[in-house]
Design a protein around this ligand. Structure first.
Ligand code: DX5
Ligand code: ZN
Length: 218
């Protein structure tokens, strides 16, 4: 339907120079911001104070991916500090519908993320409550892992349900997205692509963003 969106993840950026690193991806659609709490995933990044400041200096809107426990409690705060989208993990919420409504009330797009082992089926009847669904194509926690091709049937199932609903729910993939894998994910129905190492380990991030966009569209 719409043009593919490329959301570089700053997880692989230089954390000592994040304002400069945001400037290097200004032609992207959103900047993907990975929040990890060393509990839901075995890695730690940063929290709401950092996200608020990143939003103030970023040339593009923030796509926040919360890999944190007790999302019901913590997620609304990220909408309050200006994140354009807030995606929480289904596995970390006891009441995804209420949480999604609270995110929308605070002006954010509401997203739900599924780890590789989590079935998408129970969430397909909740499509009207969400603006985006994130199908993880690696186990969350670290950049630079290999794309899980075996997630494609799940992605296809979600894409079929979104198409049948007539709703404009974005389908996002995150993990191992590169020029080699983005076409596979696009073919299975993704339209929003997170890429960390593929963008930030490239010599020219903006050229890489353009190449990824072209590869997703072809
Ligand atoms: C992984 C994060 C991803 C990560 C992707 O848990 O959610 O956003 O940055 O990194 P790559 O693109 O290198 O797999
Ligand atoms: Zn992510």
């Amino acid at each position: 339907s719409s043009a593919p969106r490329i959301n570089p993840s700053i997880l692989t950026a230089d954390f000592a120079n994040l304002e400069r690193e945001l400037g290097r991806i200004a032609t992207a659609d959103f900047v993907h911001v990975d929040v990890m709490d060393n509990h839901f995933v075995p890695n730690l990044t940063f929290g709401k104070t950092m996200v608020e400041r990143l939003n103030e200096v970023s040339p593009i809107p923030l796509d926040v991916h919360l890999m944190i426990s007790d999302a019901d409690h913590w997620a609304p705060g990220y909408a309050e500090v200006g994140a354009a989208s807030v995606t929480f993990h289904a596995e970390a919420s006891t009441d995804p519908v209420t949480l999604a409504r609270r995110l929308r009330q605070r002006g954010a797009r509401a997203g739900i993320a599924l780890k590789p082992g989590t079935d998408v089926e129970p969430y397909l009847e909740l499509l009207p409550e969400f603006d985006q669904i994130l199908i993880m194509t690696v186990e969350p926690g670290f950049g630079g892992q290999s794309f899980m091709t075996d997630m494609m049937p799940k992605l296809r199932r979600a894409a079929d349900a979104v198409a049948a609903s007539g709703l404009d729910v974005w389908l996002q993939v995150d993990g191992g997205i590169s020029l080699d894998t983005i076409g596979t994910a696009a073919e299975a129905g993704a339209n929003t692509f997170v890429a960390g190492s593929a963008v930030y380990n490239a010599g020219e991030p903006e050229a890489q963003i353009a190449a990824l966009r072209a590869a997703a569209a072809s």
